[in-house]
Ligand binder design. Structure first.
Ligand code: ATP
Length: 251
């Protein structure tokens, strides 16, 4: 099965700080894939490199077999991205932003209108349609950013800590959206600290630590790999695998 997202030997340093040290990842169509790791593991750096906000020092990335250095427009069309700290234009209304996002992604008018109506409903933002982004709460801004990232129906939705700051109804809506995307053979790739959320939501996870992939797989595979037992939680598996890496580094 060809990967929708493939990272091969990706390196990134910020001066002396090595953020990614030969990271390899393969994510397949129709899965909800979680990137988990301790603070400073390199998750945000990884996501920013995939979406083109940062340049890697070395390595290669493909989305659906497309190399962003050769076909940047085709590559970006496949991706929807929601950053950890959402920054939206305050001077637009919610509806104006969604129209703008749809137009730059060349979504046909009739489809765009339907999608805007649908996402405003799903995210409980109908009343805020004509409200300036400046006047939204933080969670509402996040939900607006998510609707904006989804407006062109991307094959690969990439989200950095998507559930932080979202109320339970919003979290439920997001989970439903993710499940629907999987049904449509689309892919969700998210980073999170919330291991219980990753355990419940993701089909597979990659545990990264100090810029390297420590382990990838579903929970059963990771339990076997970490020898934590059949009932171990992702948190237990995570602590064992990242602890082993810390010990290896000290030796
Ligand atoms: P967290 O879970 O805390 O959000 P993360 O896994 O997303 O962390 P990154 O933000 O990718 O980790 O950071 C990886 C490493 O790179 C850290 O050591 C961090 O201090 C460093 N780093 C990140 N951004 C910069 C920057 N702009 N300049 C210098 N160092 C940076």
């Amino acid at each position: 099965m060809p990967a929708i997202l493939q990272l091969v030997d990706v390196w990134k340093s910020y001066d002396e700080v090595k953020a990614l040290c030969g990271l390899n990842l393969e994510v397949f169509r129709g899965e909800i894939f979680g990137l988990v790791g301790p603070n400073g593991a390199g998750k945000t750096t990884c996501l920013k490199i995939i979406v083109g906000l940062l340049k890697m020092d070395k390595g290669s990335i493909m989305v659906n077999g497309i190399d962003p250095t050769i076909h940047p427009y085709e590559y970006k069309r496949l991706i929807g991205y929601v950053p950890e700290s959402v920054s939206l234009p305050d001077y637009l209304t919610v509806e104006e932003l969604l129209i703008y996002s749809g137009k730059i992604r060349k979504v046909p008018n009739e489809v765009l209108k339907q999608r805007i109506d649908s996402y405003l409903k799903i995210f409980d933002l109908e009343e805020k349609r004509k409200t300036l982004i400046l006047q939204l709460s933080r969670g509402m801004k996040q939900k607006t950013a998510m609707a904006s990232a989804l407006i062109h129906d991307p094959d690969l939705l990439i989200l950095d800590e998507p559930l932080i700051g979202i109320d339970p109804a919003g979290q439920h809506a997001i989970k439903q959206i993710f499940n629907k995307r999987v049904e449509e053979n689309k892919t969700v790739f998210l980073s999170t600290h919330m291991l219980d959320t990753a355990e419940r939501m993701c089909n597979r996870v990659a545990i990264i630590h100090k810029g390297k992939n420590v382990a990838t797989g579903d929970l059963r595979h990771l339990r076997r790999l970490s020898e934590t037992g059949e009932d171990a939680t992702l948190e237990e598996v995570f602590l064992k695998l990242t602890e082993e890496t810390r010990m290896e580094k000290k030796e």
